[in-house]
Design a binder for this molecule. Structure first.
Ligand code: GLA
Length: 368
């Protein structure tokens, strides 16, 4: 009897949770080959999230400011064409099969060397020339959200093994949950993330330098001039990378610091304090202008904090505002960049029979 009531209670609370989120979808545009790109709108009383099959991307994220007014905090374009024209920013996407960089696009696995297509100063960035961010995934509605699936064939961009990847976006009241999984038929490497650019004051509202950031990290993986980790770890204490207590993003960004110069600002992997494989705090951002707060938790060991240093006014927002230098920031939860070439970093290898799992949550609140 007891067990039955527990089951019934669980079922009631589950259906209550899904009742609070509505999911709708429609066609957003078409790929050059004519295939439809679907957009899914997930809506709860607190948040509205739009995601699309192209690149499994976040298109918009509307949240409440301190006065309860909804506004979009994710950079993106008014129409699908905008996404086809932009091969630079990775707005909202799920980069893969290997998010961030692999030095010279090269690594060895089980004694064999693999060459990935090079697209960033001789390195492979975000999976090479045609990564997961540029592909049209398949979408399927699930309770409170959507599941995107992509099958990347053996040899795709040079990576070994046929990889089947899934990304699930669900919305639970004021929390966006992103769950990644993948399987392979040959040993390979995987590293998936989400590349949303946030501006908590509002999409297209200008600089993010006044937003206050806290990161649960005591060290970074410093980089060389092409943003490849040196393999060392550098403590953040006493440097502009110390976000163990909240600092405005812009407070120290122009400091005389070699790593900041190499990154043209922040573009670094922070080693998170929490236990890999379990959800732990990664970052919190507070925007004094709107009151909005974004809290990020993840099962990943690292997070790339990127301060939008390559935004240069080429692309414009839905409302026509130019996306200029540092008008958005990314918090890309991940395994460390170039892990396949650093045996001292947590492994990104995936073998047949294993399942890659990763989860990141964004909790959206506001302070008075
Ligand atoms: C990641 C990289 C940056 C940049 C952006 C896309 O965040 O670390 O260097 O390439 O993607 O512009």
């Amino acid at each position: 009897m007891k067990l039955l009531s527990v089951i019934l209670l669980t079922m009631t609370s589950l259906s209550a949770a899904s009742a609070a989120t509505t999911v709708q979808h429609s066609t957003f545009g078409h790929m050059p080959d004519g295939k439809a790109v679907e957009i899914y709108t997930l809506k709860s009383p607190a948040v509205e999230l739009q995601v699309m099959t192209f690149g499994a991307r976040v298109v918009s994220l509307d949240t409440k400011d301190r006065n309860g007014k909804m506004g979009n905090i994710a950079l993106g374009y008014a129409d699908f064409n905008g996404y086809l024209k932009d091969n630079k920013t990775y707005f909202g996407s799920v980069p893969g099969r290997y998010a961030n960089r692999i030095a010279n696009g090269k690594f060895a696995l089980d004694g064999k060397t693999y060459q990935i297509t090079q697209n960033d100063h001789g390195n492979a960035l975000h999976g090479g020339k045609v990564g997961f961010a540029d592909l049209n995934w398949t979408g399927k509605e699930i309770p409170s959200g959507v599941e995107f699936t992509l099958v990347s064939p053996d040899g795709d961009q040079g990576f070994p093994g046929k990889l089947t990847a899934h990304v699930r976006y669900t919305l639970q009241d004021n929390k966006v949950v992103i769950q990644y999984s993948a399987t392979t038929d040959k040993p390979t490497v995987v590293n998936l993330t989400n590349h949303t650019y946030f501006n908590l004051t509002g999409d297209g509202s200008g600089t993010i330098l006044n937003e206050e950031l806290k990161i649960d990290s005591d060290k970074i993986t410093p980089v060389n001039s092409t943003l490849i980790p040196t393999g060392q770890f550098a403590p953040v204490a006493g440097t502009p990378f110390d976000f163990t207590s909240a600092h405005k993003i812009g407070e120290r960004i122009e400091a005389n610091n070699d790593q900041l110069k190499l990154g043209h600002g922040y573009d670094h992997n922070f080693v998170l304090r929490g236990k890999m494989g379990e959800l732990h705090p990664a970052a919190e951002v507070y925007d004094p202008a709107s009151g909005r707060v974004l809290s990020v938790e993840t099962t990943e060991p690292g997070m790339q904090f990127y301060s939008g240093n390559f935004l240069d006014g080429t692309f414009s927002s839905r409302a026509g505002a130019k996306y200029n230098f540092r008008n958005g920031f990314c918090l890309e939860t991940q395994h460390f960049p170039d892990s396949p070439n650093h045996p001292n970093f947590p492994s990104t290898e995936l073998k047949p029979g294993q399942t890659y799992h990763s989860e990141t949550t964004w909790t959206l609140t506001a302070r008075k």
